[in-house]
Design a protein around this ligand. Sequence first.
Ligand code: NAD
Ligand code: G6P
Ligand code: MN
Length: 447
Amino acid sequence: MSLKEQSILVAGGGSTFTPGIVLMLLENLDKFPIRQLKFYDNDKERQQQIADATEVILKERAPHIKFVATTDPEEAFSDIDFVMAHIRVGKYAMREKDEKIPLKYGVIGQETCGPGGIAYGMRSIGGVLELIDYMEQYSPEAWMLNYSNPAAIVAEATRKLRPNSKIINICDMPVGIENRMKDVLGLESRKDMTVKYYGLNHFGWWTDIRDRDGKDLMPELKEWVSKNGYITPDELNGAAEEEVEPSWFYTFGKAKEVQWLDPDTLPNTYLKYYFYPQDEVEHSDPEHTRANEVMEHREKNTFTECNRIANIQTAEDAKLEADEHATYIVDLARAIAYNSKERMLLIVPNKGAIVNFDEDAMVEVPCIVGSQGAEPLTQGEIPRFQKGLMEQQVAVEKLVVEAWTEGSYQKLWQALFLSKTMPNARVAKQILDDLIEVNKEYWPELT
Ligand code: NAD
Ligand code: G6P
Ligand code: MN
């Protein structure tokens, strides 16, 4: 039986991840055939550079796919089956501020965690809601697969403000970590593992990992992670095919210290910001943060290469690579399009999946995905340690959405203060006031 061909919109067409996702889609056309690909962005010039290269790539590799890049919502969102959304409201210039302002006060400066993540959330909510509204206006049957960050806050906003919308929020961090686990175990594929996991986005734990025969793989993994974090055997021996950037290498190593807090589970790497905030601040350069690294490398390289491809009108020797991690996006779209019942970790309304946790919280748990969307799998009761941490963090995320909706300064101050990254309420207020100053163009007015 031939599969129905899909029409895809990439929202945030100017993203540094777009070329990798396009190449990944092209590598998976047998599993997920595409008849039309569109790009939408609100920055025409930025998107055009990626689009010009994409046009060359498509002409050479998949000329049957109709391609459109536009900043016009009607043109973009009409006749679409899936919106793959990865926008960054305020772009890297604002990520840099999110990271540097808190660091001035000795507090974590991070894209999605702590005050930086809250500031980014206050920018993203409106942008993502706008995409949903366009999708519902012009392609009411379509699904949005959203990985725009901060996914936890964006997901809470969509749960609350667009409760009936066909949107699924997803993160690649569990995929990335599971790829490392399979290297530790010497497995072919992370799909050889079946996992149990619970938490919030960028805030969760694996509790059970089995191979295809049902054999428990946790003992071997726990021993490895408690000694090496998620650094792989090849990385330890200097035999790794691909070298991970130094800041990520540090993060994967740091996971061991996070795991020590609960040796029965395996943690998401992002927990390091909440468990060891002082270490992270000490490890940061307040003058040169991750935003600077990305602008100097991924962003610069992507645009240079796209411009080069457009100039020479061939991508035969292109230095762009398919984003292997991004195959989870095809898995998800496929599961919905063809009802494949794939098991995946997704960010969904709890509704009892974590039995002793807020029904209305957006949680990250394994789900079975089919044509009606995601069905969460119950993860049972969670221990007091994780429950306590998650309740504090989910309150932060909910307060941010309430602050955005109500225009409440007070609630945003409470959100910043409640983040486990924050030393006290006075510093939270100072950081908030600085963030308000630079975010005037993007945040609702707070009173
Ligand atoms: P980027 O700045 O390179 O690209 C984002 C694009 O979005 C830009 O071209 C920008 O012009 C566009 N944009 C901003 N606001 C918009 C709006 N309101 N409407 C339409 N377009 C808009 O950023 P990037 O580094 O490529 O990352 C893109 C997004 O993907 C970020 O939110 C990032 O955090 C997220 N991301 C998420 C995961 C995950 O695990 N969920 C993984 C990787 C990246
Ligand atoms: C992981 C996370 C994403 C985050 C990204 C940051 O992939 O899951 O949510 O956006 O890391 O990576 P960067 O290279 O931009 O610092
Ligand atoms: Mn993520």
